[in-house]
Design a protein around this ligand. Structure first.
Ligand code: GLU
Length: 471
């Protein structure tokens, strides 16, 4: 809940604001906003000598493109409204980055930390069985993926359970994405959301006139960043921004609290420290400044909330000092905090754009699964040999020798990870520039979030129109 309205209502409010900048008929907007299918499941799991009733959901928000797509989260916050809001965000996210899926989301209302691995496996397999029974999963129906509290391990259990029911179905490996690479996953999926966050921020900061407006200089290099949450998304955003963008990470928070070092925190060493000590507090060179929300208020150029929703509220929004906020988590800013940040001249890169890297690479994984071959396998050596030929010819023609390092770079054939990262980079850059052009073309659109919703709505509406459902 954010203020007086629910998470799902707040997503729909953003949609309605954006709709007023389009000429999409009201009835079509109502259809786009609606959650098409909501499945609520209760099932028992054995805990010790007793049983516990587990509450779970799968929501398919839109069917204008199939399959529907979205993660499954394991968290105590899971309820119908949360899953509906997250499923809706998946619809707009997929449309924005041209991933041809409808939006969906799943959730199980548990704290995974309270269960053994065996119990989590039993819960995951039973949940998958319920989805199979209701025809809520399949490579052409609805394709889950990881989200908060789940990862490749859970996806492997889902695949195995699905295949037990659908033995012999040739495309069954495409029933879930985010699988381990050894179990029909794809290289680069695990870090894709964080990598996409980095590409999105970098692209945004390339535009000097936009950066000047928020009091920053052009370019991500050398900027300061604070990251809330060191889960998959937060840790990869911090690591990649530091390594590939020369960003200085000055603050980090986790559930145990927030740490600060204005001279920069080495994220790789911090992750190793947390692994052996179970906490980020006490990491050499840093000051413990308070609870998990404290880091949000630090002086910095870029703030990356990468934990859960409702972290920046009307209460702490006036104290946020960052100039640019990248919503790596879904819904980290409440509806009543958003205008406060905007009024303070802070630019917000909305969740359904900036964290779309995960579903983008899920799409690549699904394509790989349906094509039953690894990207690059057929053409890698062919291109390598062809490029060697070019380099040899250049050497013959110029009489000069190309250095070994340059030769290695120029003659790369394109392996799976190269192709995945390049497809991801291109997707994030293209989507950002679509949003930016929409923003610039309509001077009355108030912010980037509204501009992004306008882009997404137009694409979804045109799908319905081309299906002949709406005139
Ligand atoms: N859970 C991720 C998201 O919120 C990924 C979804 C997917 O890969 O399908 O975007």
């Amino acid at each position: 809940m954010s203020g007086h309205i629910s998470f799902f209502e707040s997503v729909n409010n953003y949609v309605e604001t954006a709709a007023s900048y389009t000429d999409i008929p009201k009835g079509l907007i109502e259809q786009i906003k609606a959650c098409n299918l909501v499945l609520r499941i209760k099932f028992p799991v054995r805990v010790g000598e007793d049983y516990e009733v587990i509450e779970a959901y799968r929501v398919q928000h839109s069917h204008h493109r199939l399959p529907t797509k979205g993660g499954i989260r394991y968290a105590e916050s899971v309820d119908q409204d949360e899953v509906m809001a997250l499923a809706a965000l998946m619809t707009y996210k997929c449309a924005l980055v041209d991933v041809p899926f409808g939006g969906a989301k799943g959730g199980i209302r548990i704290n995974p930390g309270n269960y053994t691995v065996g119990q989590l496996e039993a819960i995951t397999r039973r949940y998958t069985t319920e989805l199979v029974k209701k025809n809520f999963i399949g490579p052409g129906i609805d394709v889950p993926a990881p989200d908060y509290g789940t990862g490749p391990r859970e996806m492997a259990w889902i695949l195995d359970t699905y295949q037990a029911f659908r033995h012999g179905e040739i495309d069954s490996i495409g029933c879930v994405t985010g699988k381990p690479v050894t179990q029909n996953g794809i290289r680069g999926r695990a870090e894709a959301t964080g990598r996409g966050v980095f590409y999105g921020i970098r692209e945004c900061m390339r535009h000097e006139e936009d950066m000047v407006k928020i009091g920053l200089t052009k370019g991500i290099e050398g900027k300061t960043m604070v990251v809330q949450g060191l889960g998959n998304v937060g840790s990869n955003t911090a690591l990649i921004s530091q390594r590939e963008g020369q960003v200085k990470i000055v603050g980090i928070s986790e559930r145990e609290g927030s740490i600060h070092n204005p001279n920069g925190i080495d994220v790789e060493q911090l992750l190793a420290y947390r692994k052996s000590n179970g906490t980020i507090i006490g990491f050499p060179g840093t000051t413990h400044i308070g609870g998990p929300l404290a880091a949000l208020e630090l002086e910095c150029d870029i703030l990356v909330p990468a934990a859960l929703e409702n972290q920046i509220t009307a209460e702490n929004a006036p104290r946020i000092k960052a100039r640019l906020i990248a919503e790596a988590a879904n819904g980290p800013i409440t509806a009543d905090a958003d205008p406060i940040l905007q009024a303070n001249g802070i630019m917000i890169l909305p969740d359904f754009y900036i964290n779309a890297g995960g579903v983008t690479v899920s799409y690549f994984e699904w394509l790989k699964n349906l094509s039953h071959h690894r990207f690059g396998r057929l053409e890698n050596r062919f291109h390598h040999d062809q490029f060697q030929g070019f380099v040899n010819t250049i050497e013959d023609m110029t009489g000069k020798k190309v250095q070994d390092r340059e030769r290695a770079f120029l003659t790369r054939g394109g392996s799976e990870i190269d192709l995945v990262n390049s497809g991801l980079e291109d997707t994030m850059i293209t989507a950002y520039n679509q949003i930016r052009e929409t923003f610039k073309a309509h001077p009355t659109i108030p912010d980037v979030r509204t501009a992004a919703f306008v882009c997404a709505l137009k694409k979804i509406a045109s799908d319905y129109v081309s299906m002949g459902i709406f005139p």
